[in-house]
Write a protein that binds this ligand. Structure first.
Ligand code: GDP
Ligand code: ZN
Length: 210
């Protein structure tokens, strides 16, 4: 899962963490792309993303469609794999694909997916073949890559630094809220998850689970 962010508009950490929860629950590998690097006045946004996410195992790749070297790096990452580009409209997903696959009418077909209601719907996503092998899917919006039927356990699983603490709370039915001996809160107190990620964890629990 290629999570596409851009220098402008600035990356949204809550959105990144939401995508990562979905990515982990798909048992896919996550990669964070910082596109439109040509618009960056300095490397501060890139550095911040790297500090937060690379230690968790998510590579952060700077790209610009006008920088052939960065496009080559991206291409190398995509070869022989099936990837999906996700991210807000305007971050450059279509432009990245056009740059990666120039001058070809490589539109292969629409991707359909099971919705939360159990029916198959057209997502508007497009799948392209890469010449060297591998496929890339352009997904049009956040809603198509959402968190359906997410449980609190799924959310904890989606935060790799919290995952190993699950099941170690004093109470087996711990809601990780006000209970004493909560391993999730202890993990935060011990600095095992950053303040920003913990804030997003709580927000996702609030917004996506009952
Ligand atoms: P999508 O909605 O994510 O598919 O975004 P688009 O591919 O339509 O790109 C949105 C706008 O950003 C277009 O005007 C692109 O030309 C521009 N864009 C995409 N990538 C870059 C980049 O690396 N640098 C700059 N400066 N503009 C870019
Ligand atoms: Zn707990």
């Amino acid at each position: 899962v290629i999570i596409v962010m851009a220098v402008q508009p600035e990356p949204n950490a809550y959105l990144i963490d939401r995508y990562l929860v979905a990515t982990e629950n798909l048992h896919a590998d996550g990669l964070i792309l910082l596109n439109k690097m040509d618009l960056a006045e300095n490397e501060s946004i890139l550095t911040r993303l790297r500090d937060e996410y690379e230690k968790l195992g998510y590579p952060v790749l700077p790209t610009s469609i006008s920088d052939a070297g960065s496009m080559h790096n991206l291409h190398q990452r995509l070869n022989h794999k099936t990837s999906i580009l996700v991210g807000l409209s305007g971050v450059g997903k279509s432009a990245l694909i056009k740059t990666l696959l120039p001058g070809q009418n490589i539109r292969v077909g629409e991707v359909s997916a099971a919705s939360g209601e159990g029916t198959h719907t057209t997502t508007g996503s497009i799948l392209y073949h890469l010449p060297e092998g591998g496929d890339i899917i352009d997904s049009p919006g956040v809603r198509d890559f959402g968190l359906w039927n997410t449980t609190a356990d799924d959310v904890i699983y989606g935060f790799v630094e919290l995952r190993n603490h699950a099941g170690h709370c004093k109470f087996s039915d711990c809601k990780h809220d006000i209970e004493p001996g909560c391993a999730i809160k202890d993990a935060f107190a011990d600095g095992e998850i950053s303040e920003q990620r913990f804030k997003n964890y709580k927000k996702i629990i609030q917004e996506y689970t009952n």
